[in-house]
Write a protein that binds this ligand. Structure first.
Ligand code: DP6
Length: 359
């Protein structure tokens, strides 16, 4: 597939009104995407667990209108009109209009809400952009019923990627790879694919308890963060390392080797932050409590033999990962030893999910 395959080229807009609602989840990367080139193409392949409880629900009402120069839409977030969210969405529509010219033929009334607190540090751009992409693809399918279910998902991921790179990994689940990688058949820089390789049952229902250490606005947006990888002294080596880590992780995902899983996933998280520590300008996004939690997880693992581990995204929150068989033991450890390091004791227990769902 190349970009030309994603251009919708029919001039017939026989639908006057349509209304679609999709719920799409956030995801947590195991091998991280950090560094991109224009237009939103990753410098290395990444893989994530699709989440289940952390999701965005978005409805779009499409009303046919005379063709416009730019997409016309109104945006409501959790019941309120949100003018400050509009520029990002307007930019997204501009980016995708060559692939979805119908966005210029319909007025769009968008209503969206999250199952998790906004600005909690949970990637709302991944769930938000993928939900819009699914609604658009529903309209596209109504306009052109010939498109296949596979094409619909692929193009939804392609569009979501143009909104936010990691959003390309939120259409399916439980494991999605985005970025061309020789060990993953069908993988592409243009869209995410559900991991086609063998997966050990332990990874089909993995647990992710997100500890909300710092719910403040991010000090560095991910777009700014990605740009720091230009001229970064370690960038090229990092991109190679991520691809190597993904190759190794694929074997681990097939064999169920939890010790190796832990070492790759934790190293990826710390390397992501190491990139921020060593960029120009540099950032420390972890907080003292992030480090406290990591220390406690290491101690707990050492004394109990548990397979709990952590990962981080571009912020201070900690994603605590563990197999379902250890749920009771790890959740009691979280309650007694880790919650005190969270802002207002807040956390969200999640698990892997299967991706976008129509409502
Ligand atoms: C650290 O997808 O949020 O979470 O493409 O600029 O929207 P943009 O960035 P975004 O970056 C996510 C970075 C990360 C790692 C990951 O999810 O792979």
């Amino acid at each position: 597939m190349n970009t030309a395959d994603f251009i919708f080229n029919t001039d017939e807009y026989h639908i006057d009104e349509a209304h679609y609602t999709w719920r799409t989840p956030s995801n947590i990367a195991l091998v991280k995407y950090w560094g991109k080139s224009d237009p939103q193409l990753p410098k290395n392949a990444s893989i994530s667990f699709t989440l289940n409880n952390c999701h965005t629900t978005t409805s779009i009402r499409f009303s046919k209108t005379a063709a416009k120069e730019e997409a016309q839409f109104e945006l409501f977030f959790e019941g309120e009109k949100k003018e400050d969210f509009k520029p990002k969405i307007a930019k997204f529509f501009k980016r995708i209009q060559e692939y979805c010219p119908y966005v210029l033929q319909y007025d769009m009334h968008i209503e969206s809400s999250n199952s998790f607190p906004h600005s909690s540090g949970i990637a709302s751009s991944a769930s938000g952009m993928s939900a819009i992409a699914m609604c658009l693809m529903n309209l596209e399918q109504a306009l052109n019923p010939e498109i296949s279910a596979d094409y619909l998902k692929q193009k939804a991921s392609f569009l979501a990627r143009l909104g936010s790179g990691s959003a390309s990994r939120s259409i399916e689940g439980p494991l999605v790879v985005w970025g061309t990688h020789e060990a993953v058949a069908g993988s592409s820089d243009l869209f995410g694919v559900r991991l086609p390789n063998a997966v050990h049952p332990v990874f089909e229902d993995y647990q992710d308890c997100i500890l909300l250490v710092d719910k403040g606005e991010k000090q560095v947006s991910s777009t700014v963060g990605h740009n720091l990888m230009f001229n970064h002294p370690f960038a090229e080596r990092r991109f190679e390392q991520a691809n190597d880590n993904l190759a190794e992780l694929l074997q681990v995902l097939a064999s169920g080797d939890l010790e190796k899983f832990i070492s790759i996933v934790e190293s990826e998280a710390l390397t992501l932050h190491a990139m921020m520590l060593t960029s120009e300008p540099y950032f420390i996004l972890m907080k003292p409590n992030t480090l406290e939690i990591i220390q406690r997880i290491w101690e707990f693992r050492k004394t109990t033999g548990s397979h709990v581990c952590f990962t981080l995204d571009a912020g201070a929150n900690v994603h605590v990962l563990y197999p379902k068989s250890e749920k009771q033991q790890v959740e009691s450890f979280i309650n007694t030893e880790l919650l005190k390091f969270c802002q207002k004791n807040q956390y969200i227990c999640d698990n892997t999910g299967l991706g976008a769902q129509t409502i």
